[in-house]
Design a protein around this ligand. Structure first.
Ligand code: ADP
Length: 269
């Protein structure tokens, strides 16, 4: 919008009633998007109005995980309408801002900043109770932009139990704190595999153990306030399948231990 004053971000206004959570991780593939989507759907199940901004430039997978991977947002005058989903969660994705679906998001900082602001201020979100942001892994441009535009966002750090994942997750948490955002807790994902042969009481530590606790302890010591492990999500085939088929596990198979744990985390936020 050449020269026109930028619209304000409603979530950054002092009177905003929308709780904003940024879901961060140190590296990719730890289940950050899966956690974001399932927390959102669980919150919608509690009767909350929930939106997701998928700002993961590398892995913008949120729409597909919600069954709307092929949809594009519509526009009403100069406002973008977020894409509604079967779970009741509205979503906008950085992937939807690309002219073509197969295009790579090869944008530098200022473009990414503009895209983030656009998803926050040019989208008609209505009165949301909760907005979740799926951040790209790491401590890059999007995390810095978000910290500048929404310092009131609370940050949830997702890690696996693995030492190497925990170390980079600590950096993502520290970055949030440098941007004056509060880290509300750590979700340890892929925590263990309930043994499919001898029964769920035998847990196999596929990715080792202790990563979530390590991140929580380190960040608590570094920030001087309590950062706790909000939940430990087991490895679960149906969680992966739910992501691939666009039917999040918290809704499709709510009694599965992974779904129950994600729902418990959502209730605590
Ligand atoms: P990220 O957003 O951190 O890159 P994703 O949420 O895309 O990670 O997850 C990476 C892959 O791992 C996906 O295929 C997802 O379905 C799968 N996955 C994530 N968490 C679990 C889990 N607890 N159990 C089984 N598969 C999982």
């Amino acid at each position: 919008r050449g020269g026109q004053a930028q619209r304000e971000i409603p979530f950054a206004q002092p009177g905003s009633l929308t709780k904003v959570f940024a879901i961060a991780s140190g590296k990719g593939g730890v289940g950050k998007s899966s956690v974001t989507v399932n927390l959102a759907v669980a919150m919608a199940g509690q009767g909350l109005k929930v939106g997701i901004v998928d700002a993961d430039i590398y892995g913008h997978s949120v729409p597909a995980m919600l069954g709307v991977g092929d949809e594009r947002p519509t526009q009403v005058e100069d406002l973008i309408m977020p894409v509604p989903t079967a779970s009741g969660v509205s979503v906008i994705s950085i992937g939807m801002l690309k002219p073509r679906r197969d295009q790579v998001v090869a944008w530098r900082g200022p473009m990414l900043d503009r895209a983030l602001v656009q998803m926050l201020s040019d989208v008609y979100w209505g009165d949301l109770d909760v907005l979740l942001l799926d951040l790209p892994p790491g401590t890059g441009d999007v995390a810095i932009s978000l910290g500048q535009h929404l310092p009131n966002a609370e940050v949830v750090v997702v890690t696996t139990p693995q030492e190497a994942a925990a170390e980079v997750a600590e950096r993502a948490g520290t970055m949030a704190s440098m941007m004056h955002q509060r880290v509300v807790g750590v979700v340890e994902n892929m925590s263990f595999l309930p043994c499919p042969h001898c029964g769920p009481e035998h847990q196999i530590d596929v990715f080792g153990s202790g990563g979530g606790e390590r991140v929580a302890t380190t960040l608590s010591a570094r920030f001087g306030y309590d950062v706790s492990v909000l939940g430990r999500i087991p490895l679960d085939l149906s969680l992966r399948e739910g992501g691939d088929t666009g039917k999040p596990i918290v809704e499709a198979d709510p009694t599965a231990p992974a779904a129950a744990e994600l729902t418990r985390v959502a209730e605590g936020l």
